[in-house]
Design a protein around this ligand. Structure first.
Ligand SMILES: [Zn+2]
Length: 252
C-alpha cells in the first residue's frame, strides 16, 4: 500500500518519496543532498471500489465530498438515487456503464463530448522537459507511464487540465491508479513547469482534436496484475469519473 507522494529530484533525477505532512516543505534530497521543494497537493485521490454499484456510490460520494463548485453541486442534487440501482432510469444506467472501459477500448466522459482511452503503458525511465532549465532530462528511477488519449468528439472546444500532480496548486483533479488488490500507486511529480515529453499543453481541445496526456506513477517494479486508472472528468469539462482497466499484458 503506497500512500506516499513521489517527486523527482531536479539534480540527481532520482525519486524522493515523502508523506503528506512533508508536502510543501523544503528538504535535502536523500540521494544527493540538494535542497528540494516537495510539492503540496490539494488532496489525496478518491478511491475507486470494485463493484459497479459501489463505484456508483463512490462517484456520488466523491461529488458530494468535492461539493464546492456550482456544477458539482447541481449534478449531485440532480442525481439523487433511489434505493436500488435496478430502478435507475435506463439513460442514467447507460451513462454510468459507458464511463468504464478495458484498455485499449474507449470510455466516454459524462457531461461533455469527450472520449478517453489508454493507448500505452510502459515501465521505464521517462523523458521530462523542464521549462525553467529549457532542457529535457531522463529520470534516473523507472516509473510507470500511462499514455492517455482524449478526443473532443463534439463541435465546440472543451477545457483541458492535466491529471498529473505537477499542477499541485491548481484546482484540477488528479488521476488515481489502483492494482488488483486495491493497492494504490503514487503520482510522480517533477515540480511546476516540468512535463513529460510529448504531452498536450494547451488549455483547450478543439473539436475533432486529440490530446495526449502522460500520467506517471511510482512502482516498485513492472506491475504484474491488472490496474485500474480513474480520471475525474471535471478536468475536461465533464462530470464524475472515468474508469479504465489496464490488462497486465498491456504493460511494457
Ligand atoms: Zn537528488
Amino acid at each position: 500500500m503506497l500512500k506516499n507522494k513521489a517527486h523527482v529530484c531536479l539534480r540527481c533525477r532520482k525519486v524522493i518519496v515523502y508523506n503528506a505532512t512533508q508536502a510543501g516543505t523544503s528538504l535535502p534530497c536523500p540521494h544527493c543532498g540538494e535542497t528540494t521543494n516537495l510539492p503540496a497537493d490539494r488532496s489525496f485521490h478518491p478511491e475507486p471500489k470494485k463493484k459497479p454499484i459501489g463505484k456508483m456510490l463512490v462517484v456520488l460520494t466523491a461529488l458530494l465530498a468535492i461539493g464546492g463548485t456550482g456544477s458539482w453541486a447541481i449534478f449531485s442534487v440532480r442525481k439523487k438515487l433511489p434505493d436500488s440501482a435496478k430502478t435507475l432510469p435506463t439513460v442514467l444506467t447507460s451513462l454510468i456503464i459507458s464511463n468504464k472501459a478495458v484498455a485499449p477500448n474507449t470510455a466516454k466522459a459524462k457531461g461533455v463530448h469527450a472520449s478517453i482511452s489508454v493507448t500505452e503503458v510502459t515501465y521505464e525511465p521517462q523523458q521530462i522537459f523542464h521549462s525553467a532549465l529549457k532542457k529535457t532530462v531522463r529520470t534516473e528511477t523507472p516509473v510507470c507511464c500511462i499514455r492517455v488519449n482524449i478526443e473532443n468528439t463534439g463541435t465546440t472546444g472543451i477545457p483541458f487540465h492535466s491529471w498529473r500532480i505537477f499542477e499541485s496548486l491548481s484546482r484540477a483533479e488528479k488521476a488515481a491508479l489502483v492494482g488488483s488488490m486495491n493497492d494504490k500507486f503514487s503520482l510522480v511529480s517533477f515540480g511546476v513547469e516540468s512535463v513529460p515529453v510529448g504531452v498536450f499543453r494547451k488549455a483547450e481541445i478543439a473539436p475533432g482534436e486529440k490530446a495526449i496526456e502522460k500520467i506517471l506513477f511510482l512502482c516498485n517494479g513492472k506491475p504484474a496484475t491488472d490496474l485500474t486508472l480513474s480520471l475525474p472528468c471535471s478536468n475536461v469539462g465533464g462530470d464524475g469519473l472515468v474508469y479504465i482497466t489496464i490488462p497486465a499484458r498491456m504493460i511494457q
